[in-house]
Design a protein. Structure first.
Length: 372
């Protein structure tokens, strides 16, 4: 019997997506004006617990827009984790600033707050925290460091819609804590618009600047008058329509992600050489992609296990390369945790349509490889 293909993550578009899209087509509002953009921004701001939300064309442009809007530019340094998707660092380059990599924590795989201060110098302007695989960065500690050194904080929450962390005793969603939060709505993220992004903030002036920069830098109320170099980073009404339908069901998606994580935890339990993510008591991870480390005494290394799973039709993803080691960002310095975790980290299928049977099957194949 041929194996069924199990993708890493697949969107669920079975709600009102089609209905709202048809509404856009019938109304002819298909570009970047229309009721769904407003509705999506308001709904997302409410969900995150931010005062303002500004849609963008994707998660990368959300990061670029946030950095530009915060006035980060040439000569400035932005500290970010050595282990993240390339877009986090590239966005820093887009504004002419320098990405400064910092090592990660062994257990959370996120930027290690204890290592940040050694990277701060006279040029440092901001810290960019990333919530890798849906696990919140340690924002209480990061905000305290930022306050002490008068730095801005950008949250790259592209993988963590709905993840929470306790700050000063109360739960806050990631993206509502720093000066700006950035999200992606790529097809495999928690909610999708095909391509799309959002910047969240409580700062009214920043929200206004983001809107100006997003729309060619046009001065509000003065058509074709420009005081700054802006961009066209707008989302379309079509994309926002899908976003509105997705947002109606985000609670359901998050519940399913949690269920998937607990199934994996159960079926992978006790396999020697697998290091599973363990949530800290003051964090609510949303486990965007269920991820683990493959280390001795597991009989295969990470890459070998990926091949075994691929042959069974199971799609997986290796962790990112440490950025300091990529040809485009090659810098000196030591990043032992990022190096170790990058080599052993693996993400397993985590789409919301997976069943307990699928997770049992995937886990079973991993377990069998240890018994051969
Ligand atoms: C997906 C992602 C981005 C970029 O989002 P796009 O919508 O693909 O441009 C940025 N940072 C992280 C951590 C991501 O996972």
């Amino acid at each position: 019997m041929p194996n069924k293909f199990i993708p890493i993550a697949q969107p669920d578009l079975s709600g009102n997506e089609k209905k709202y899209l048809l509404d856009c087509l019938e109304s002819t509002w298909i570009s970047s004006k229309g009721k769904y953009i407003d509705k999506f921004e308001k709904g997302f701001a409410d969900f995150i617990g931010s005062k303002y939300a500004v849609t963008t064309s994707n998660g990368t442009t959300a990061l670029h827009l946030a950095l530009a809007g915060l006035g980060i530019g040439t000569g400035d340094g932005v500290i970010l984790p050595d282990l993240t998707f390339i877009a986090s660092a590239n966005a820093v380059r887009y504004v002419g600033a320098t990405p400064v990599f910092s090592d990660i924590e062994e257990n959370s795989w996120n930027i290690d707050p204890e290592r940040i201060e050694e990277k701060i110098n006279i040029n440092t302007k901001a810290i960019m925290a990333v919530d890798l695989y849906g696990h919140p960065a340690d924002m209480e500690k990061i905000m305290a460091i930022a306050k002490r050194h008068h730095l801005l904080v950008i949250e790259d929450a592209a993988e963590a819609h709905g993840a929470e962390i306790k700050i000063g005793g109360s739960w806050k969603k990631v993206g509502s804590i720093g000066n700006a939060g950035c999200f992606s709505f790529y097809a495999n993220k928690i909610i999708t618009t095909g391509e799309g992004g959002m910047v969240t903030t409580d700062d009214e002036k920043l929200a206004q600047r983001l809107r100006i920069y997003r729309d060619h830098g046009q001065t509000p109320g003065k058509r074709y008058y420009h005081e700054v170099v802006g961009f066209n980073y707008r989302l379309t009404n079509l994309q926002a329509a899908i976003g509105c339908a997705q947002l109606e069901r985000i609670g359901k998606f998050l519940k399913k992600k949690k269920q998937i994580a607990s199934w994996y935890d159960r079926y992978l339990q006790g396999i020697r050489g697998l290091k599973l993510y363990r949530e800290k008591s003051y964090m609510h991870s949303i486990t965007w992609l269920y991820s683990l480390l493959v280390v001795p005494p597991f009989p295969l290394n990470r890459n070998e296990l990926m091949v075994v799973l691929q042959k069974k039709g199971i799609e997986t993803r290796p962790f990112f390369y440490p950025l300091h080691n990529l040809p485009l960002y090659k810098t000196g310095g030591k990043y032992p945790q990022a190096k170790k975790i990058s080599q052993s980290g693996l993400s397993l299928p985590s789409g919301v349509s997976l069943t307990e049977k699928d997770i049992k099957y995937i886990s079973g194949i991993i377990r069998i490889t240890t018994e051969l």
